[in-house]
Design a protein around this ligand. Structure first.
Ligand code: AMP
Length: 190
């Protein structure tokens, strides 16, 4: 079964999860967050769960094989017309693995929405979220590390998406509704 893939990309605190969920609702696609898949895994009691928890608490990326071992089977078994992915791929290596996976499945990388938000605004939003959600990985140190990793590992992917002609840049410093309305203009016929 052909499945359509849409990525939502942006720094932590850019609002990408919110936008990805709203778009998934609009298209009746399945929303997938690797952060959520990994957090679910850390709730288990085995040694592997403990190791993953340590990566997350520091704000580090968990090993590729682990993320892909959770994500790919989920993508394969979920009956859906498409997925909106939040949090994956996060590095050039992950993107290469993912493109290979998509070509094996004969699935299409449809579009990549990049939410552009200034670093200052992202830090501000993450600190607010840390107070509300009490996420363990939103301490000052983990926030700094996650944003650093984003710039070093994830931001370079934009060039690849541009080459693949799937990249759409969206101004992320507007209301949730305005951003979503702009994203939906690309799917008006749905
Ligand atoms: P997120 O909810 O997307 O901010 O992810 C929270 C944490 O989960 C990250 O700081 C990483 O430790 C881990 N994580 C999520 N997605 C990935 C990924 N694609 N590769 C490696 N680690 C990830």
């Amino acid at each position: 079964m052909q499945k359509n893939i849409i990525l939502v990309l942006g720094p932590q605190g850019s609002g990408k999860s919110t936008q990805a969920k709203l778009l998934a609702e609009h298209l009746s696609y399945t929303f997938v967050s690797t952060g959520n898949l990994i957090r679910k895994k850390t709730a288990e009691q085995d040694a592997e769960a403990q190791t993953i928890r340590e990566y997350m608490l520091k704000g580090d990326l968990v090993p590729d094989a682990l993320v892909e071992g959770l994500l790919f089977p989920f993508l394969e078994v979920t009956p859906t017309a498409g997925f909106i992915l939040d949090g994956y791929p996060r590095s050039m290596t992950q993107l290469d693995t993912f493109l290979q996976f998509l070509s094996q499945q004969a699935w299409k990388l449809d579009r990549v929405f990049f939410l552009s938000v200034s670093q200052q605004e992202c830090i501000h939003r993450m600190k607010l979220r840390a107070e509300i959600e009490k996420r363990e990985d939103e301490t000052d140190e983990a926030i700094t590390e996650r944003l650093h990793l984003y710039h070093v590992e994830t931001e370079p992917l934009l060039t690849r998406y541009e080459q693949l002609q799937v990249l759409i840049r969206v101004d992320g410093e507007r209301s949730v509704e305005d951003i979503q309305a702009e994203i939906r203009t690309y799917y008006q016929s749905v």
